[in-house]
Design a protein around this ligand. Structure first.
Ligand SMILES: NC(=O)C1=CN([C@@H]2O[C@H](COP(=O)(O)OP(=O)(O)OC[C@H]3O[C@@H](n4cnc5c(N)ncnc54)[C@H](OP(=O)(O)O)[C@@H]3O)[C@@H](O)[C@H]2O)C=CC1
Ligand SMILES: CC(C)(CO)C(=O)C(=O)O
Length: 334
């Protein structure tokens, strides 16, 4: 495989977005609206809706109706330069299987997934070979998605699916991408350039696990608690009854991140202020709870506790809140 498969290409790269939910439709609509060669792997009623009327994206007072090439058969879309995998962590094996025909030996795989990723220990000097059992218990993701082709991404954006093929995304989007072995590369820069040229603010990091920890902590402090309380981001970080709980989880998460050598550029008070400023956002986990969908607790909760257990860090508040969120998730689905 050439090291930088995109660097010598004259035409725009072939991009596929697999998974047509909140994030996948938002990303595909923005890229297609900007003129990129985008295909979307969708299924069921979402596929039908997008085939007949394109993706409907509502963003900052504008509504866009964006036609995209869409199919439920990845063979018809063929091998791509970049594949964004956009699904909940627990659906990733199924999505990766469905997306296999999109992935050739030089395709860059960009998993847009919250929580601790299955690749966390991969290509990390001294740790390669360790597995995150909570997210990849049988090593199926590792087998399906070659780590040399995986590009890490951390997504600071929000989106909500309001109907099949119809999404709302009002907060500013920032994507940070990086090689999972913490090098800089032209191929990551090429993806960053495509995203920036399409209007999605993106940055290249040679330490992708630093912003990854920032995002793991954002999800850890808010997603499980939102399921228990029904509260939005600004309330969980602003209400005097909830802030003491959020703050304890924040400190537990920051301690774990520091133990993993992560450099978090923000102090706790700034994190609290910036989260309040995001406004009345319902977390993706709260949205799933309200729709009766499975909760992404393995990646956002259990995997964090797995990393903490490995170094004997107790994390009592996070543990209690995650246990309650599990209870809510399963009691609702009985
Ligand atoms: N939404 C948000 O605001 C944010 C989400 N994230 C993270 O991004 C990731 C994606 O989230 P989000 O977009 O909200 O999730 P959604 O549940 O909205 O979308 C996931 C999509 O994947 C599709 N899918 C799942 N399995 C398959 C399969 N085997 N074949 C084809 N399609 C499949 C689902 O299809 P179907 O509908 O048919 O089931 C669904 O459309 C998650 O990790 C989430 O935590 C991160 C930041 C913010
Ligand atoms: C909005 C945010 C940051 C909340 O933790 C998120 O990533 C999600 O909803 O899953």
């Amino acid at each position: 495989m050439s090291k930088d498969p995109l660097s010598n290409k004259q035409s725009s790269p072939r991009i596929a977005v697999a998974g047509a939910g909140a994030i996948g439709c938002t990303l595909a609509a923005i890229l297609a609206h900007a003129g990129q060669a985008v295909s979307l792997l969708a299924r069921g009623s979402t596929l039908q809706a997008i085939q007949s009327q394109g993706i409907e994206l509502r963003r900052q007072a504008e509504t866009y109706q964006v036609p995209v090439t869409v199919s439920d058969d990845a063979h018809t879309l063929g091998s791509q330069d970049i594949v964004f995998l956009c699904a909940k962590s627990h659906d990733l094996v199924g999505l990766a299987q469905a997306a296999t025909p999109l992935i050739g030996p030089e395709t860059l795989i960009v998993p847009m997934v919250n929580g601790v990723p299955w690749w966390y220990f991969e290509r990390l000097p001294g740790q390669d070979g360790r597995r995150v059992k909570s997210v990849d218990p049988e090593g199926r993701l590792r087998a399906l998605l070659p780590s040399a082709q995986v590009v890490g991404v951390v997504q600071f954006m929000t989106a909500e699916r309001v109907g099949p093929g119809s999404v709302v995304s009002n907060t500013p989007a920032l994507l940070i991408l990086g090689e999972i072995d913490h090098t800089e590369s032209q191929r990551v820069q090429d993806i960053v350039d495509v995203l920036n040229a399409s209007g999605i603010e993106s940055r290249h990091s040679a330490q992708i696990r630093d912003p990854l920890w920032m995002k793991i902590i954002a999800n850890l402090t808010t997603n499980p608690l939102s399921v228990i309380t029904g509260a939005t981001l600004n309330t969980m970080y602003g209400d005097p009854r909830l802030l003491p709980i959020t703050r304890k989880i924040l400190f537990e998460g920051l301690t774990l991140a520091a133990a993993h050598g992560a450099r978090i550029p923000l102090d706790p008070d700034t994190i609290i202020k910036e989260t309040i400023a995001m406004g009345a956002v319902r977390t993706s986990m709260l949205q799933d709870y309200e729709h009766g969908n499975p909760l992404e607790l393995a990646a956002i909760g259990d995997a964090v506790l797995e990393l903490a257990d490995a170094i004997h860090l107790p994390m009592p508040t996070a543990r209690d809140v995650i246990a309650m969120a599990h209870y809510r998730g399963t009691s609702q689905r009985r």
